[in-house]
Design a protein around this ligand. Structure first.
Ligand code: ZN
Length: 132
């Protein structure tokens, strides 16, 4: 029988902030899905799709480790590893892709409060009107 493991709630505040950040970033960048470029009216129509598995805490809230995708693209890349890699390499460049991959494979004791401070700052930055 499959055992359903509950996500530890201590990650939830950061997960919520991170998801909001990634999805609103996608709306700013392309106005919708970062892969198929389908326009969306609201960030809520997007998923926060991870590159390296979010079970690896060292990169769970790293901005280069996720993109805002429509549900179709999210499902597609999660089932096609090569396409997923190709998408994120195109998005980040080979160097940044490798950096996140190596960081994700390097277990770290994460400071959730510190990540939260960072994510709060980034959310504020994204919500600020552009001055230029
Ligand atoms: Zn899409």
């Amino acid at each position: 029988m499959e055992r359903v493991k509950k996500r530890p709630s201590k990650n939830k505040p950061n997960d919520d902030l991170f998801s909001y950040l990634i999805r609103t970033r996608a709306m700013k960048r392309v106005g919708g899905c970062e892969r198929c470029l389908t326009a969306k009216i609201n960030y809520k129509a997007l998923h926060c799709a991870h590159n390296q598995p979010r079970g690896r805490l060292s990169t769970r809230w790293h901005e280069d480790n996720a993109a805002g995708l429509c549900p179709g693209c999210h499902r597609y890349i999660d089932n096609n590893h090569d396409e997923k890699r190709e998408f994120f390499v195109k998005l980040l460049g080979e160097d940044r892709y490798e950096y996140v991959r190596i960081q994700s494979l390097t277990p770290q004791k994460v400071d959730r409060e510190l990540w939260k401070l960072y994510l709060d700052l980034k959310v504020k930055e994204y919500e600020m009107p552009t001055l230029r």
